[in-house]
Design a protein around this ligand. Structure first.
Ligand code: ACO
Length: 387
């Protein structure tokens, strides 16, 4: 690339380029801190229910008891499956090469069509907010139905007496979950609801900036999350624990991985150059419910940090969100292929908040590129004609 072109371009990946104003939240990597509307997200996860934080992101404030009662009732009503969608879910779940995240992307798109969601350009703010609540409440219903249908099991409707996290487990298993497990999952879900201006959030905003509907923006966001560089694979850290097997094998295994040039799953982060605050809380949650697997994970973590410090000095590699997420999700009974789709359900709250914000103060996002092809205009080759 020529110097002239480089000087005109934004940095690769738009790193460090601010492209919007937001009051939803922010990540401060150097401090190991991130927040939702100014509140420390880990404090929210430790203190609040999913619905309280959902209200904060979507409506802009922490609800009082009366507001929360209304919001909970609205959210329960919004779980209702749109007409005609149940059959399509059954068929999607039987597609060859079924993958839960792709199936969820399809289900979100189909549901938005069935609900006839209209272009945000044609809607008032409160109508965009209503679509946001509807889609975020519906997503876990779609995913759990798909999962059960794929396993050949009958669908289970959400129990209206249960909150988001407990209903999620109940829709998967058919039973009321252990409250400690539901609370552990709830903390995880709150921790991953939003995380700054990441690729899928940006995608949702770009689509919304065209005036398109909420379904298109969410489908695009799930597509962005599906990429390995973004949604990652929270199951990989758990696979590593399985591969190590026993505590005494940890050191040799981890050393061999690094010396072979491979990365330890669940360590390192582009933004956090100190403890990832999500990992700190998930570690606590894993200790509360994880039993032997949590003890083993702690041993592997301590060994990995020591080995990384020795073999990769000065790189500032710490435990990231994926390391204990796997232990927590595994302990509450989720299958590994459901880890990333479960994350997507919770992140739908963050995406919809971003869509609402974009729609309320919109300008078409339409950047430019520096053309570096052959000099234009160029003549067509002699005699070149319609064929
Ligand atoms: N294990 C071993 N070495 C590592 C690791 C790791 N997990 N992460 C980074 N390094 C090393 C690199 O090898 C490199 O070493 P070098 O200087 O000898 O070449 C150095 O640290 C810097 O690495 P970068 O690639 O520049 O770090 P970057 O910020 O681009 O990567 C990433 C961040 C992708 C998360 C990386 O740390 C990684 O691959 N981790 C493992 C996978 C993982 O856990 N992903 C989930 C991340 S959490 C999330 O994104 C939601």
């Amino acid at each position: 690339m020529s110097e002239a072109v480089r000087s005109e371009l934004a940095p690769p990946g738009l790193a460090g380029v601010a492209v919007a104003e937001t009051s939803i939240g922010d990540v401060r990597g150097e401090e190991g801190f991130y927040h939702y509307r100014g509140y420390d997200a880990t404090r929210l996860a430790g203190t609040c229910s999913f619905e309280q934080v959902w209200h904060l992101l979507l409506r802009g404030s922490l609800p009082d008891a009366e507001e929360l009662r209304h919001f909970r009732a609205e959210a329960v009503e919004a779980r209702l499956l749109p007409d005609g969608v149940a059959e399509i879910l059954e068929r999607t779940a039987r597609l060859p090469g079924y993958s839960p995240l792709e199936a969820l992307r399809t289900a979100v798109s189909v549901s938005a069509a069935a609900l006839r969601l209209r272009p945000t350009l044609d809607l008032r703010d409160e109508q965009v907010r209503a679509d946001a609540l509807r889609m975020a409440a519906l997503t876990p219903v779609l995913l759990t139905r798909l999962h059960r249908a794929h396993q050949g099991r009958p669908a289970i409707d959400p129990d209206p007496d249960l909150g988001y996290a407990a209903a999620y487990l109940q829709m998967l298993s058919g039973e009321r979950p252990d409250p400690r497990q539901a609370r552990a999952l709830e903390k995880y879900l709150i921790l991953v609801m939003d995380h700054g201006f990441n690729a899928s959030t940006f995608t949702a905003r770009v689509i919304t900036s065209t005036g398109s509907d909420m379904g298109s923006a969410l489908t695009g966001a799930i597509g962005a999350l599906a990429g390995p560089l973004h949604g990652g694979a929270p199951s990989r850290a758990l696979d590593t624990l399985d591969a190590i097997g026993t505590p005494e094998r940890a050191e040799a295994y981890l050393r061999d991985e690094i010396l072979a040039g491979r990365r330890l799953m669940g360590f390192g982060h582009r933004i956090y150059k100190t403890d990832d605050p999500r990992s700190v809380l998930l570690h606590q949650v894993a200790r509360e419910i994880g039993g032997e697997q949590a003890d083993f994970a702690e041993h592997v973590e301590a060994t990995a940090l020591r080995v990384l410090n020795e073999l990769k000095p000065g790189r500032r590699l710490y435990t990231n969100v994926e390391f204990y997420s796997g232990v927590v999700m595994n302990t509450v009974g989720l299958d590994r292929d459901m880890f990333t789709p479960t994350f997507a359900c919770s992140r739908t709250v963050g995406w919809t908040a971003a869509i609402v914000e974009q729609a309320a103060n919109n300008r078409l996002i339409r950047p430019t590129a520096v053309y570096v092809g052959p000099e234009a205009p160029r003549p067509l080759p002699d005699g070149y004609a319609y064929m």
